[in-house]
Design a protein around this ligand. Sequence first.
Ligand SMILES: *[C@@H]1O[C@H](CO)[C@@H](O)[C@H](O)[C@H]1NC(C)=O
Ligand SMILES: *[C@@H]1O[C@H](CO)[C@@H](O)[C@H](O)[C@H]1NC(C)=O
Ligand SMILES: *[C@@H]1O[C@H](CO)[C@@H](O)[C@H](O)[C@H]1NC(C)=O
Ligand SMILES: *[C@@H]1O[C@H](CO)[C@@H](O)[C@H](O)[C@H]1NC(C)=O
Length: 406
Amino acid sequence: MIRFHIYFLIFNTLLFTASIYAQYSSTARYAHASILIDSKLYFIGGFDSSGKMKSDFFYLDLSIQFSSNDVLKFIQINNNDLTPNAWCNAATTNNIIYLLGCFMINDNSSLIYQYSISSNKWSIPSISGTPSPAHRIKNGVSIDHSTGRIYYFGGEDDANKLLNDMWILYNINNNQLSWQQLTPALQPSCCSSAVLLPDGYILYIGGRNNDPNNDPMRMNNITRYNTISNTWDFVKTTGVAQFYRLGFSAVLVPDGRIIVYGGMFPGVQLPSNDLNVLNTTTYEWMIPEVRNKQDTKSFHTANLYDNYMIVAFGIGTDNTPSSEILLLDITDITMYKWIPDFIPTSNSSNGNNENNGKKNVSKIIGAVIGSVVGIVSICLLSFFGYKFYKKRNNKQEISRNVIDNF
Ligand SMILES: *[C@@H]1O[C@H](CO)[C@@H](O)[C@H](O)[C@H]1NC(C)=O
Ligand SMILES: *[C@@H]1O[C@H](CO)[C@@H](O)[C@H](O)[C@H]1NC(C)=O
Ligand SMILES: *[C@@H]1O[C@H](CO)[C@@H](O)[C@H](O)[C@H]1NC(C)=O
Ligand SMILES: *[C@@H]1O[C@H](CO)[C@@H](O)[C@H](O)[C@H]1NC(C)=O
């Protein structure tokens, strides 16, 4: 009898472990969320190849060497029946993953979902503070890791109206989250890429406002929020960048570069100049030299880890969702290189991402921004459906229009 119990226990333990950590291969998708915590790169939801929303939850272990040409060893995690979702923004603090601004057709009841790494559970947090923001998607989300404050800006409400309100979500005490409203932006917008800089500015790159032609906002006039003075302005950039893009990603490198990658001009994949780099000291754009160019992705995610920018999934130029992981070596600021092999150089698997020293913190900041950004411009895809069909026939004309020389 005792033996039976022991076998039963062992069997159940194995079953439990297997169900939490099963290896996972069903990964082709776009408009998913991703977030880096220590050396695990987590992925959540998105649309699969048939356009269905997914609710799966899995990670890639970055403490292990891999080649992007191999079959990747994704590890699936229990999703506790999380609602199928797309276009979520992910942010993390204190070993909790927050999902904000999710598209979940049948369930708009919560603004936020959270996952606790330590208890391995998804839940809906209780949030105090009145008023609280309206339900929305396609908003800008960024987190200040020094304070744990999540900045929650704009987006599109459930009636498709663009919003200009700005909020913070913060921990008032004992893990009790609360909303507080800040100064609204000068104009409503959605779908931009939010990047928090060390000087306290949040840049909302690209996106869409109430432009009567539905044109996306140009990359050379960036909406900017000052977290210290609680004020807004526009910052004009110099240099050469693509005019506008949809479904791109933007990651901040600790040296002050923002790497904008991929996306499409309404309906047309960007064929060659898919990397633009913004110097956040001078606000100057440049188009760097790139080696081993890969198929350009849109509606992917991008995360920074060590000297790699890790691009995951998204839509390829063949217009189908991809299961690829691409690796960009960002070490040389004059020459970026797509490479097949990921070789871990750092040790950061000790559980807590807040107290691991400066290098790790900047890595995480880059990662958060990366995950947030790949997703936020996705809404523009549907918005520009008309233009897509109209313009895809004349790619050359588009390419000419896309480049902004000034
Ligand atoms: C939830 O919001 C989305 C847009 O964000 C909307 O399309 C959908 O109809 C809403 N669902 C309900 C049940 O209100
Ligand atoms: C930037 O965009 C805003 C909003 O569309 C506009 O009011 C402002 O004039 C623009 N600034 C420049 C320098 O183009
Ligand atoms: C940004 O530009 C300044 C001034 O030219 C330069 O000193 C700095 O190194 C640049 N930063 C990056 C990351 O290229
Ligand atoms: C990582 O840490 C372990 C133990 O602390 C050490 O043995 C190993 O050499 C480290 N690896 C790297 C790449 O630093």
